[in-house]
Design a protein around this ligand. Sequence first.
Ligand SMILES: Cc1cc2nc3c(=O)[nH]c(=O)nc-3n(C[C@H](O)[C@H](O)[C@H](O)COP(=O)(O)OP(=O)(O)OC[C@H]3O[C@@H](n4cnc5c(N)ncnc54)[C@H](O)[C@@H]3O)c2cc1C
Length: 327
Amino acid sequence: MNLKLIIYNSALLTMIYDLIIIGAGPAGITASVYAARLGLKFLVITKDIGGQAAASGDVENYTGYQFITGPELAAKFEEHLRKFSIELRENEAVIDIKKDDGGIISVKSEKNNYFARAAIVASGKRSRMLNVPGEIEFKNRGLTYCAICDGPLFKGKDVAVIGGGNSALDAVLQLIRIAKRIYIVNIASDFTADKTMLEEVKIAKNVTALHNAKVSAIIGDKFVKAIKLDIQGIDKEISVEGVFVEIGLIPNSEFAPIVARNKHNEIKIDSYNRSDAAGIFAAGDVTDVAEKQIIIAAGEGAKAALSVFKYLAQPGKLTNSGAVRYS
Ligand SMILES: Cc1cc2nc3c(=O)[nH]c(=O)nc-3n(C[C@H](O)[C@H](O)[C@H](O)COP(=O)(O)OP(=O)(O)OC[C@H]3O[C@@H](n4cnc5c(N)ncnc54)[C@H](O)[C@@H]3O)c2cc1C
């Protein structure tokens, strides 16, 4: 499919891509690889390359790799992506996506406006914030949302990991051999993480778990010095130099109010990765697809690109209003 130059909404010549892919995590990169191989004229707009995969610790569940670190796997994805001469806008955030009466989709970033006949939203998720005093003040001054990225900075120090699910326990496992002491601050009465991770954490000698504990403030001067906790109504202060916030993830879907989202703000898609707006597809963690994993996001990215290809070839047949027949 060829790039078209048309006069669009103004006297200026504007490029209309076949497809714009938003995000370059496992879903966006895999969609890009498929789109390149399908010969689509497309553009990728992304804040970073690798997404959460680049911030994952040890990955032992991506088929073909019995063991690989998140950053290594993300580097492999990036190598595959760059094998094709694709148009890539890196370090650029999308802030709005719209559709006009003629079906052209406009994607607005912080820097520019882009146009396409189809879009794949693959913008994944980001860390949920604690929303307590001191969090913004001490961000990157002892408080972080990424153990794999920042863990080594806390060698021999006492740190706190906030959370009790898989992300939190993954962070603890990253830190066990780095930090002197790790306090796990869990708001619930027990962990919700996978059994295998829990078993590893339980035998570690330098980990203390605090359940039913709520962070009320981060305190320090230039850098973090302590956290204030409310443990079942009793105030407690713990001296730490590092705070790792791992209390879950929220979808990066705010820029796409044009499509229907569920109560968690995940974009609702069908089994062809279609949103409720014809021509706008979505893939990976930003969607309501069951389970958020690298291999699932990658597979969803592949499916989305294939669906876009069919939509562009036969727009009448691949609408969002009825059954789809692929022949
Ligand atoms: C700590 C941790 C450990 C994990 N460990 C594992 C594991 O061991 N195995 C496993 O299978 N999964 C693991 N996961 C989950 C896995 O990383 C995700 O399911 C997967 O990365 C989702 O891929 P995605 O492409 O949908 O989204 P993401 O990886 O979140 O990528 C989203 C992309 O969109 C970009 N983006 C976001 N907003 C915008 C915007 N407004 N404009 C432009 N670009 C934007 C981002 O920069 C990024 O490139 C882990 C996750 C975390 C956080």
